[in-house]
Design a binder for this molecule. Sequence first.
Ligand code: HEM
Length: 341
Amino acid sequence: MSPSVLCSPLSAKPFDPTFLLSCTVSNIICCMVFSQRFSYDDKQFLRLLNIINDVIKFSSGPMGEMYNIFPWLLERLPGPQHALFAQMKELREFVEKKVQEHKETLDPSSPRDYIDCFLIRMHQEKDVPTSEFHYENLVATVLNLFLAGTETTSSTIRYALSVLVKHPDIQEKMQKEIDTVIAQDRCPTMEDRKSLPFTDAVIHEVQRFLDLIPFSLPRYALHDISFRGYTIPKDTVIIPLLHSVLKGEKEWVTPWAFNPQHFLDQKNNFKKNPAFMPFAAGKRACVGESLARMELFIFLVSLLQHFTFSCAEGPDSINLIPAFSGFANVPRSYQIITTPR
Ligand code: HEM
C-alpha cells in the first residue's frame, strides 16, 4: 500500500481503516504464495478477505471455542457454524484452483512462488512414501499461510493506529524520532530500526498489550515428556498461555497499562525482554515472525512519515479493550482521521 492510499478524498472524513489494511497486508502474502497481487476492488479477493475475517471472529467467540473442544459435535448439530464451514470450503476451493493453475503452467527451472517450489519438491519426492510434500499438505499450508498471514498483521497495525490516536504524545514522539533519522523523502528500511529505539519499543509494546493470540495454537506431546518434575503423557493436548507471560506481573512493571518504557533502558536504548513472545517460542513458533515484524515496522513508520492520525471524538473515545476475545483478541473497529503532514 502506498501511503497515498490513505490520502484524500478519504483523509477529509473519518473512515474505518480495517478494509484497506487487510487488502494491503494480504497482498504481500498473496505475492509470495500465488505470485499475484489483487486489486482492491477485485470481487473475489474481497470475498476471500471477508471469509478470513468471519473465520477469525467465529474462532474468537463462544461457538469457535466449543468447536475447538468438540469439533465432532458441532459438525453434527444444526446451527450457524455450518455457514462458516461452507465459507471455509469456498476458501479451500479457491486454493485448489490456484494449485491446479500452477500445475498447468509450472516451469521447474523458474519457480514463481511458494506453490511452484512445493510442486517441484513434490515431484522430486514422489517415490518417497514418508514424504511430507504431498497434495494435501500443499493445500493445507497454502490455506494456513493465507489465513495466518492476513488478519494477524493487519489487526496489529489497526490496533497500533488506535493506540496512537489514544496517545497523541506517543505518536508525536515517534514522528519526531522518524523525522530526525529518516525524514520524509525516503522509504524506511529494516536497517533503520536500530536507530529508532522509541518507535521499536512502541511497536513491541503494541504487540505485548494486544496479546493477539492469547492461547497460541494447541499442540500435543509426541511422547512422554518430563518437565519441571511433572510428567506430560504422550498425546496430551498442550495449550501454551502466551497471555500469562505477555501480561505477567513478574515480567512487566505495569502489565495492564500501555507503556513503551517496558522496552527501553535508562538511557532510552531499546531493551529486549524474554517474556515478549507474541509469536510463541521454540521449534513450532510462528513461521511468519520475520515477515510480520518487517510489515509492522515498515508500514507504521511509512504511515507516520506522511500522516498524523486522530479521531473526531477525541483520544479518550478510543477503547483498547478487544471487541472479541477467544482464539484471538480482535481489536475494535473505529473511525480514523488521517491528516497529511
Ligand atoms: C503480528 C503478527 C503475527 C502474530 C502475533 C502471530 C502469532 C502466531 C502464533 C502465536 C503462532 C503459534 C505458534 C506455536 O504454536 O508455537 C503462529 C503460528 C503460525 N503463523 Fe503466525 N503470527 C503472525 C503473523 C504471521 C504471518 C504474517 C504469517 C504468514 C507468513 C504467519 C503464519 C503462521 C503459520 C503458518 C503458523 C503455524 C505454524 C506451525 O504450525 O508450525 N503468521 N503465529
